[in-house]
Design a protein around this ligand. Structure first.
Ligand code: SF4
Length: 125
């Protein structure tokens, strides 16, 4: 049996969570969590960690030069570099509305890249 401790990052309470894992890496018990979300976070973090990815891409003709973007769902931590590399090659044309899909199926992960804000076109009201 292995034992791991981590701070939950789901909410500001930052509970200190203890997880016991079997030799095969399966979660056997979780303690110290203040709610079920923390138990789920801790289990995922120790077995298959994921993260939301944010970034910016250039906007052609926009009122601002770069559009903030965010993934529609968390991606495996081990694929973040690949996702960032793909985002690095994307550019968009204004106007863009918050929530617009900028890229589908990022890195084949079944996750979309979405606009995190609206950007109007230069010279338009
Ligand atoms: S376990 Fe629950 S209460 Fe504690 S930090 Fe995580 S989300 Fe917040």
């Amino acid at each position: 049996m292995k034992r791991a401790e981590l701070d939950c990052i789901v909410c500001p309470a930052s509970c200190r969570i203890t997880v016991e894992l079997s030799e095969e890496g399966r979660v056997v018990s979780v303690s110290g969590n203040g709610c079920r979300r923390g138990a789920q976070y801790a289990g995922t973090e120790l077995t298959a960690p994921v993260r939301m990815v944010t970034g910016t891409v250039p906007v052609e003709g926009g009122l601002i030069k770069r559009l903030p973007v965010v993934t529609s769902a968390p991606v495996p931590k081990g694929r973040i570099f690949d996702v960032m590399k793909e985002i690095h090659h994307i550019h968009v044309c204004a106007p863009v509305a918050v929530g617009d899909i900028i890229r589908e199926n990022l890195c084949g992960l079944g996750v979309e890249l979405k606009a995190a804000r609206t950007v109007g076109r230069k010279g338009e009201p």
